[in-house]
Write a protein that binds this ligand. Structure first.
Ligand code: URA
Length: 248
């Protein structure tokens, strides 16, 4: 990575401001005065391998960023969209982050955004069975029978393969309240099929009225975050995700 890009991304200043600092010899790389803005630094997982100082103070920078967003309804889970606002518009724009997995436009809740492609790939890999927990409100009366159906594996039609029936992996349904036309529940799944929760409830005759993701891979939505608000993940949360999305 170029030195001026590194300094700008680390928040030292704009690209032209950091170029000025380098020209004024305010910047050192491993103790040596920086040669020029285009000087190359070696990247590693932490950020860069060299110690970069500005006016004698070391600049820290991590190559990857990780955010937790409380996604509001009305935003699509992608980096760009011709018609709708996207979740990436709600977090800092300078680090090229993308959402880890998709929530429907009308779904709220935990959305993890990062520029760490390898971690995102691992969390979304079907073989890893990373758990996701959702809060749902549905228009039917949930019963113990539904709990058993979810546990046994709900059968849905696979739209990508001639509508062939697919048996989903066992899911945990916890009924929070149940009335004839309205129930509240939490559902934990370890797959990530398209519209999975809505299709699971549809398969047992219920329509989803409201859906919110509460957790993913052992990381729980911070209750302090209002819809639309985000915060960086803590080191502990990043460690949980890097540990395969499962708590140690
Ligand atoms: N399942 C759904 O149906 N929608 C979501 O947004 C997430 C899971």
């Amino acid at each position: 990575m170029r030195l001026d890009k590194f300094l700008a991304e680390a928040g030292v200043g704009s690209r032209s401001e950091v170029k000025q600092l380098i020209r004024k010899k305010a910047v050192t790389v491993d103790g040596q005065t920086a040669v020029g803005p285009e000087q190359k630094l070696r990247e590693n997982d932490r950020g860069v391998a060299e110690t970069v100082c500005v006016n004698g103070k070391s600049v820290s920078y991590s190559r990857f960023v990780y955010y937790m967003l409380n996604k509001p309804a009305g935003y699509v889970s992608s980096t760009e969209d011709p018609a709708s606002e996207t979740v990436t518009e709600l977090v800092p724009a300078d680090r090229n982050v993308f959402p880890v997995g998709r929530l429907d436009k009308d779904t709220e809740g935990l959305c993890i955004l990062t520029n760490d492609g390898a971690l995102a790939h691992r969390l979304l890999s079907p073989g890893r069975h990373v758990e996701k927990c959702y809060y749902a409100e549905v228009d039917g009366e949930l019963t113990e029978h539904h709990v058993q159906q979810f546990r046994a594996g709900i059968v849905i039609r696979d739209k990508n393969h001639d509508e062939k029936p697919v048996t989903l992996l066992p899911a945990e349904l916890r009924i929070l309240s149940a009335e004839p036309d309205f129930s509240r529940a939490e559902v934990t799944i370890c797959e990530g099929k398209y519209h999975q929760i809505k299709r699971m409830f549809a398969a047992v005759g219920c329509g989803v009225l409201y859906l919110k993701r509460l957790s993913m891979g052992g990381v729980t939505l911070d209750g302090q975050l209002q819809p639309g608000a985000y915060r960086p993940l803590t080191d502990g949360e990043i460690a949980i995700l890097k540990n395969g999305g499962k708590r140690k």
